[in-house]
Design a protein around this ligand. Structure first.
Ligand SMILES: Nc1ncnc2c1ncn2[C@@H]1O[C@H](COP(=O)(O)OP(=O)(O)OP(=O)(O)O)[C@@H](O)[C@H]1O
Ligand SMILES: [Mg+2]
Length: 491
């Protein structure tokens, strides 16, 4: 048989098939383009299952007259210029093929204006530019896709039922609503209208859609993870706000019994490869990130909590046994609690920090201890800051333009002068609002090094709190060693 090149219209349809598999893929690509255009409002209109009509309207930056005929050309994009750009992608799109693919298999109108004064419209049929003319339109872009796959009858025949396609569209749409809280979203399909107004925090947006049962956060230099445990039924994963499918992540969450969740992962764009899947639904993490190990450790922290709660709160008998005197001793930096079925290692300082944090949260002001010798402070602290500090137990007086510390919070008793100054340094030379959270964190860290509390009291207090297994920063407090694990070693 002789080989010969495929005709271009066949090639285009083959490519289009990879990117555009159904109306929901059109919706996905158009919403992503609107997000990349900086839109603050995106409206989607669907008729039926979307095969006959999809319209997406945004108020983004718009497309100029000269660019308009080019956006439907294969591999024309404004988002990537150099190879380096490709290595740190921060936009949803980058291949310059979505509009081209949609255009090749539909009848498409694009109306756009970059200033809300002058606007243009193109009409494209099966990939061929048929018409371009001025139009009256506001700033932004409107894309209308009609008769999807009109020239690919095979694809039409393989599409799923119209009901399931409608729910797929809604599902796709919801991915962007969930991950872009500052954009207002609108969906009208089969006369049903749904609307979410713009929000300033992700928490609010997630709460708008599902109830949040719990929220776990990991914040490190090169990795942030927010795991929402939700009351609704959903499992969704976002990496740098991009919806992705990742069986290893799903497996890790499943392993630790996390059933309904929304997971957000943020990493520097250079540490992931987003260019591995035709619909950009998968990504690859750089090996140096050790992402899956870190995620697994993070989620495991929660498992400890759940197990602790089950064991120590619901079964009171056992709980009594676990906190009874004979089973508690100190070893290195840990309090070890032994019971018939396990050993618990409790990180003493972290446990204290958590306890002190709850004391701080529940008291209006912290009591102060007078220092035997007042301490001079080398920097200025203004009056309102001094008043604030007083509520935390720092007693500062002004003496002829210098400041003297006369009392410190009782919970910090025993702290060295350098440690006290370390806590107060949050106020030195400050311009603008200071970081209260950081100040409290330092205060708690120093206090937890000195606060005196009996091990038994620590254990009892800790287990009366919510999430005894983790500090509010997500550091592990409790490590649990089941008896079987030890017995295994002697088999
Ligand atoms: N809603 C929009 N507002 C402004 N410009 C747009 C819009 N949609 C598309 N464009 C312009 O058209 C170009 C082509 O869009 P297209 O979706 O085909 O490619 P892309 O987004 O660059 O990459 P990808 O194929 O990965 O989505 C974009 O790079 C952008 O410049
Ligand atoms: Mg795109």
């Amino acid at each position: 048989m002789k080989v010969r090149p495929l005709p271009p219209f066949v090639v285009n349809k083959i490519y289009a098939g990879e990117v555009i598999q159904s109306p929901s893929s059109v919706v996905k690509e158009l919403i992503e383009n609107s997000i990349d255009a900086g839109a603050t409002s995106i409206a989607v209109f669907i008729r039926g299952s979307g095969l006959s009509f999809i319209k997406v309207v945004d108020n983004g930056e718009g497309i100029s007259r000269e660019d308009l005929p080019n956006v439907i050309k294969k591999n024309w994009s404004s988002k990537i210029r150099t190879l380096e750009d490709l290595e740190r992608i921060s936009t949803m799109g980058f291949r310059g093929e979505a509009l081209h693919s949609i255009a090749s298999v539909s009848r498409m109108h694009i109306r756009s204006s970059t200033d809300g004064v002058e606007g243009y419209e193109i009409y494209v049929e099966g990939g061929n530019l048929m018409d371009m003319r001025p139009c009256a339109c506001g700033k932004g872009t409107t894309v209308i896709v009609e008769d999807l796959f009109f020239n690919v009858p095979v694809r039409r025949r393989f599409l799923s039922s119209s009901r399931s396609e409608s729910s797929r569209i809604k599902n796709t749409w919801l991915n962007y609503v969930l991950s872009h809280e500052n954009i207002e979203f609108h969906l009208r399909s089969s006369n049903r209208i749904q609307h979410y107004r713009a929000r300033s925090t992700l928490d609010e947006r997630i709460e708008d859609i599902y109830g949040i049962k719990d929220r776990q956060e990991l914040k490190e230099d090169d990795l942030t993870v927010i795991l929402y445990h939700i009351s609704g039924k959903a499992q969704r994963i976002f990496v740098n706000r991009r919806p992705v499918v990742d069986s290893r992540i799903t497996e890790i969450l499943g392993r630790y019994d996390v059933k309904n969740y929304i997971l957000f992962v943020e990493v520097p764009p250079a540490l992931i490869d987003v260019n591995v899947h035709p619909q950009k639904l998968q990504i690859r993490f750089s090996r140096s990130l050790k992402f899956y190990d870190r995620l697994s450790r993070f989620v495991r922290g929660r498992k400890t909590i759940i197990r602790m709660e089950e064991n120590l709160f619901t079964r009171r008998e056992e709980r009594k046994e676990e906190s009874s005197d004979k089973g508690i001793f100190e070893w290195k930096d840990y309090i070890v609690v032994s019971s018939r079925t396990k050993l618990l290692f409790i990180h003493r300082q972290r446990a204290l920090k958590k306890i002190l944090e709850s004391i701080l949260q529940s008291s209006k002001r912290l009591s102060s201890t007078t220092l035997p010798v007042p301490m001079p402070i080398k920097f200025r602290i203004n009056e309102s800051d001094r008043n604030l500090l007083r509520t935390y137990g720092f007693d500062i007086v002004e003496l002829k333009n210098s400041f003297v510390l006369k009392g410190i919070p009782q919970i910090m008793e025993g702290a060295a002068p350098e440690e006290v100054m370390e806590v107060l340094s949050a106020f030195s030379d400050r311009k603008g609002p200071f970081d209260l959270k950081r100040f409290i964190n330092r205060l708690l860290s120093v206090a937890s090094r000195h606060y005196r509390m009996k091990s038994r009291a620590i254990v009892e207090r800790l287990f009366s709190m919510e999430n005894p297994g983790l500090t509010s920063e997500g550091e592990v407090i409790i490590y649990e060693l089941p008896a079987e694990k030890i017995e295994e070693k002697f088999m």
